[in-house]
Write a protein that binds this ligand. Structure first.
Ligand code: UDX
Length: 499
């Protein structure tokens, strides 16, 4: 989308380029941030891979809204992978390496030259896990703000890697007790067990240069940046954030971004839309890389209040046919109704070969009768906000966790990998808005956990804590709230890069 930069009356000279890692859990929150910054009067270039941009154009209703923002444009960059590569997000290192070699020159050009008459980039918001975005910005001397799409607790555990190595916590001893508490992560004493550390750390051997190097590079980006942006809010982790503040450059906690964007847009509409003659309400909506199946909303409309378990494992996790079956059996045995998003590329056979997830789900659905509804990809935010949803069986991805928390829906956590291990621990033991079934995947556990979160005293307790947490999140993004204040200082910083 190319627009005339001269039509941007009143905007500052600052021009920020936002560059996410090309996966759903990264593109979504970074687009939310981009939208808010654009409405704050900043000039935005949002950089997608060509492949992802085509998918967004196909499946995401929000894209037409973005096109209406006058100081906003999308640019694209190749990811270097062959056209027919399935680009599974699980192949994280393959995407990372391919971009590093194939996209470098184009990215450097975007940072150093005027493209389509737009003024030069004055600041980059780089995804903290995308080495290319950070390295080249550093190399050409453009100030970088590092955005990590995961939780503060996971960032802090990663940052503690040198101490964990020094204390001998990593690598894990052979045959160790995974329930033993871990020392070496300041502020998390008595909370974190071996099994709660990000899964990369489970596999790290001192000889495994690749993983250790990856985490160390992440950490150094976060420290070197001009600021560290987190999709979270102060009241969720006040103690941890105060420890982190003495270690990182300025931390901006501007989340939950999906909530912030809604609150910001409604405010914006009231105050400025008339003047600008643009209805920004329409720029909200899904930013999905998959086609949403909205039939599940009609199915939900026909269910009783808080009677449905919503199940989704995000955009990356894969499960075996056997694991899928255990979840299904546990859900059926619980007697509760469920809505389950099973991605087409989510089920793998023993040999890691991909099966057609949709076909497997259809087969299971036949045995479920009217008690279960299965879709490829659900409009998750809307589903979680639906009155019929009583709990969320989740892989504890950070976006999903925030979406569940904002909706005040208690969670059953089945973390799959990476940051999800620690997110699920905090969900159950610190925020007390869910239960953690990490490292177990059998029908008995699934049934027991569903009952615990859906029935009796325990369900009431969890619902009440989840509702309180949702309220705190809402307060943080309102006028005078902590996330709103951090957003304002972030905007001030970015504007200063244009002067
Ligand atoms: C991963 C990590 O797990 C996450 O912690 C990190 O911060 C980003 O990368 P992912 O595994 O995809 O992301 O999970 P999550 O962060 O929860 O993001 C998934 C997104 O897809 C959510 O915004 C969710 O609403 C959306 N989604 C998922 C749908 O819209 N429909 C679906 O059916 C499933």
């Amino acid at each position: 989308v190319h627009k005339d930069p001269n039509s941007m009356a009143g905007s500052a000279a600052a021009h920020v380029l936002i560059f996410p890692f090309p996966a759903q859990g990264h593109v979504t929150p970074m687009l939310s941030l981009a939208e808010i910054l654009s409405l704050s009067g900043l000039r935005i270039t949002f950089l997608n891979t060509e492949h992802n941009h085509r998918r967004l154009l196909r499946h995401s209703p929000a894209l037409s809204g973005f096109a209406r923002l006058r100081n906003f444009r999308f640019l694209t960059i190749p990811d270097g992978l062959p056209e027919d590569d399935p680009r599974l997000s699980i192949n994280f290192f393959k995407v990372q390496d391919s971009m590093m070699t194939s996209s470098r020159d184009r990215y450097k050009e975007l940072l150093t030259q005027e493209i389509d008459g737009w003024p030069p980039v004055t600041c980059v918001v780089a995804d903290g896990i995308l080495h290319l975005a950070n390295d080249v910005a550093d190399e050409v001397g453009v100030p970088t703000l590092v955005f990590r799409t995961s939780s503060p607790c996971s960032c802090w555990v990663y940052q503690s890697l040198p101490i964990l190595l020094h204390e001998g916590v990593i690598p894990f001893p052979e045959e160790c007790d995974m329930d033993e508490m871990v020392c070496g992560v300041e502020g998390m004493e008595g909370i974190v067990r071996r099994r709660d550390l990000p899964s990369f750390m489970r596999f790290a051997k001192s000889a495994d240069e690749h993983i250790i190097k990856f985490i160390s590079t992440l950490n150094s980006h976060a420290i070197r940046g001009k600021g560290f942006i987190l999709n979270s809010f102060e009241a969720l982790d006040p103690t941890l954030l105060s420890i982190m503040r003495s270690y990182y450059p300025t931390i901006y906690t501007v989340g939950p971004l999906h909530l912030h964007v809604t609150s910001f847009i409604s405010n914006y509409n009231e105050e400025e839309a008339e003047e600008e003659e643009v209805d920004y309400k329409s720029s909200s909506g899904s930013t999905s890389l998959w086609q949403e199946d909205r039939t599940c909303m009609t199915w939900l409309d026909n269910q009783r209040d808080k009677s449905v378990v919503y199940v989704s494992f995000g955009s990356v996790a894969v499960v075996s046919r056997e694991q899928l079956n255990e979840f299904w059996q546990g859900l059926v045995n619980s007697g509760h109704r469920f809505l389950w998003a099973v991605r087409r590329d989510m089920v793998v056979s023993q040999g890691e070969e991909m099966m057609n997830g949709t076909a497997v789900a259809e087969e299971l659905e036949k045995g479920t009768k009217e008690r279960g509804c299965m879709v490829d990809w659900a409009p998750q935010e809307e589903v979680l906000a639906h009155r019929a949803v009583g709990c969320f069986l989740t892989h504890s991805g950070w976006n999903s966790t925030l979406e569940g928390l904002v909706a005040g829906v208690p969670m059953i956590c089945w973390p799959y990998f990476a940051d999800q291990m620690i997110n699920s621990r905090f969900t159950s033991e610190v925020w007390r808005i869910g239960v953690d079934m990490k490292d177990r995947c059998d029908r008995i556990t699934v049934e027991r956990m569903v009952r615990e979160v859906m029935e009796g005293e325990s369900a009431l307790r969890l619902r009440s804590s989840a509702a309180k947490m949702g309220e705190l999140a809402r307060k943080s993004v309102e006028e005078g709230g902590t996330s709103r204040a951090d957003l304002e200082s972030l905007v001030r910083y970015i504007k200063s890069t244009g002067s």
